[in-house]
Design a protein around this ligand. Structure first.
Ligand code: NAD
Ligand code: ZN
Length: 354
């Protein structure tokens, strides 16, 4: 009985307060499955809730289990579930619409205002040993896809959604601002979708080195340039202005650079989330018909992403630079907070230790 009650979970209580707690093992409802969690990646937002207790309008008002980049094995199946069985390995899609509203009907379910989302307050995440999720948002993994790769499907999905909305296609020249995990995954997807050249910027040479290893054609270290100077540097390297800029920092200077750098008639995709109010050169964008598109998470990406990873032609594995057990997850959060490495992965399954 003691073992069955062991559901060690990483719980954020408020700004600066996070701890491991033993919660009860949940029972799956009719359309749900109980998952024995295996791998959970740490996202910047998990760390942000720990540090600040809020992100914009998402405010922690009660304790919340962290984590939303996740995979595991189905160990119990609700009575109405037909497509999954005990033993199936799954990647978890953390955003589950609660109602069949117009956003769902038109396929853009990520925009549904009442959506459940793991580790966005008040909804609990899945950084724990046992977790229940709607079966329709658990995607079965083919044999060749590892649990860690499956956990990376979540940030990869952000890259797919951003590149789709930005319209990356054969021969596109693309600027990506920021070589964190999200920028790097946008890079992988953009190259895969046929971008001719991808130029990526960051403040840190280590991140640019990782970008180079992951296929960036050109890397530029941002120093003290003004946004206009940065735009000139970018067009100099690409022999012309990029068709598309994918902004993955949230920094005001980069959003400004994104607009100045993008060719007339091109597209800026805003992935980075920083200050809620920023100054941007709107007349420049408007008078050159530069389209500015918001990106909010993703929709309809898991099946595509799993196929891509399974094909072996899109390699996300090199993103993982650090691994910790669930027991050491506070150290894992500290590592991400300090900005070490790229993706920190937590192993939740004590039967498959590191
Ligand atoms: P990260 O902090 O690891 O990466 C951001 C990178 O930008 C860092 O490497 C940093 O050095 C670099 N950077 C900062 N200022 C810069 C500048 N002036 N010039 C060049 N580079 C600069 O974060 P991440 O996990 O890669 O996420 C990137 C952004 O995407 C974050 O703002 C995050 O909140 C956001 N995000 C948005 C969505 C969405 O749905 N829109 C989803 C996931 C993440
Ligand atoms: Zn995330």
């Amino acid at each position: 009985m003691a073992a069955a009650e062991d559901n060690l979970s990483l719980v954020v209580h408020g700004a600066g307060v996070i701890r491991l707690e033993n919660r009860s093992v949940p029972e799956p409802g009719r359309n749900e499955v109980l998952i024995k969690m295996h791998s959970v990646g740490i996202c910047g937002s998990d760390v942000h809730f720990w540090q600040h207790g809020r992100i914009g309008d998402f405010v922690l008002r009660k304790p919340m289990v962290s984590g939303h980049e996740a995979s595991g094995a189905v160990i119990k199946v609700g009575s109405d579930v037909t497509h999954l069985r005990t033993g199936d390995r799954v990647a978890i899609e953390p955003g589950v619409p609660r109602e069949n509203d117009n956003f769902c009907k038109t396929g853009r379910y990520n925009l549904s205002p009442t959506i459940f989302f793991c580790s966005a307050p008040p909804d609990d995440g899945c950084l724990c040993r046992y977790y229940v999720h709607k079966a329709n948002f658990c995607h079965k993994l083919p044999e060749g896809v590892s649990y860690e790769e499956a956990a990376l499907i979540e940030p990869l999905s952000v890259g797919i959604h951003a590149c789709r909305r930005a319209g990356v296609t054969l021969g596109s020249n693309v600027l990506i601002c920021g070589a964190g995990p999200i920028g790097l995954l946008c890079l992988l997807v953009a190259k895969f979708m046929g971008a001719a050249q991808v130029l990526i910027t960051d403040l840190y040479p280590e991140r640019l080195l990782a970008a180079k290893e992951m296929g960036a054609d050109i890397t530029v270290q941002a120093k003290r340039e003004t946004p206009q100077e940065m735009a000139d540097i970018v067009s100099g390297h690409l022999s012309g202005m990029p068709d598309i800029t994918i902004e993955c920092t949230g920094a005001e200077a980069c959003i400004q650079t994104a607009i100045y750098a993008t060719r007339s008639g091109g597209t800026v995709a805003l992935v980075g989330l920083g200050s809620p109010m920023v100054n941007i050169p709107i007349v420049n964008a408007s008078s050159r018909e530069v389209d500015i598109k918001g990106i909010f998470r993703y929709c309809n990406t898991w099946p595509v992403a799993i196929s891509l990873v399974a094909s072996g032609r899109l390699n996300v594995r090199s993103l993982v630079t650090h691994r910790f057990s669930l027991e050491d997850s506070l150290q894992a959060f500290e590592t991400t907070h300090q900005g070490h490495g790229i993706k920190v992965m937590i192993r939740c399954d004590k039967d498959d230790p590191l």
